[in-house]
Ligand binder design. Structure first.
Ligand SMILES: [Fe+2]
Ligand SMILES: [Fe+2]
Length: 220
């Protein structure tokens, strides 16, 4: 068995001890992530390893997550202490690196960033974040996830931005705080999206004005 298949098997076995509902969620994320891997020409084994590992510590209680994060030497920010559940990704990444011998930097980044996002993400990390949000149960619960899933097979960055918008509205609707790391990521995604849409210019402002003037007077 290749070492990555052995790593997947080890993480699958560890997941088997987790609560049944969480295990079913992870199985759905694996399925969703492999569909996206096909669309984006990613190595299915690397995607599967990240998907199996992403929620390995999701069911641990908040105080246990804080203890684990401190024990692993993770850098904590105030928002992590306020809502330690967001630490489950970074904890899983650190444990997979230290105890499961996972050295694939993109896999570890994907696991660490799947809850909040990062300013710049690898293709694999984008796939894992979106797969986690659009798996079948979440599509049933929140209908926009169906559209975000469709978008993700055409344009992953657009899907991320749509998800961040949806998340923002949810947070405002329910009065939930947003995490500083997610906000940094969101700001970067929005800026990148605007740059992408605005440049390079196909026609100069002067040319546009000239065309508009002719168009308005009917004498192009
Ligand atoms: Fe998670
Ligand atoms: Fe998840």
């Amino acid at each position: 068995m290749s070492s990555i298949r052995a790593q997947i098997e080890a993480v699958r076995q560890a997941m088997a001890d987790r609560p049944r509902g969480l295990l079913r969620h992870v199985e759905r994320v694996v399925r969703e992530a492999l569909l996206l891997a096909r669309s984006w020409d990613l190595d299915p084994d690397r995607v599967e390893l990240a998907a199996w590992g992403h929620d390995l510590f999701r069911a641990h209680p908040p105080e246990e997550q804080l203890r684990l994060a401190r024990g692993l030497g993770l850098a904590l920010e105030p928002d992590d202490e306020r809502a330690p559940i967001v630490l489950h990704g970074p904890i899983a990444a650190a444990v997979l690196r230290e105890r499961y011998g996972v050295g694939d930097a993109d896999v570890l980044e994907a696991i660490a960033s799947h809850t909040l996002g990062l300013e710049r993400m690898s293709l694999l990390a984008k796939v894992i974040l979106i797969a986690d949000k659009v798996e079948a149960a979440k599509r049933r619960r929140d209908w926009p996830m169906r559209l975000i899933r469709e978008a993700a097979h055409r344009d992953l960055d657009l899907a991320l931005l749509c998800w961040a918008d949806w998340k923002w509205v949810e947070e405002r609707t329910h009065g939930w705080e947003h995490h500083a790391q997610h906000w940094r990521a969101r700001r970067a995604w929005v800026a990148e999206h605007h740059l992408d849409r605005a440049s390079p210019p196909r026609v100069s402002d002067a040319e546009l004005e000239e065309f508009a003037a002719g168009f308005l007077t009917g004498s192009e």
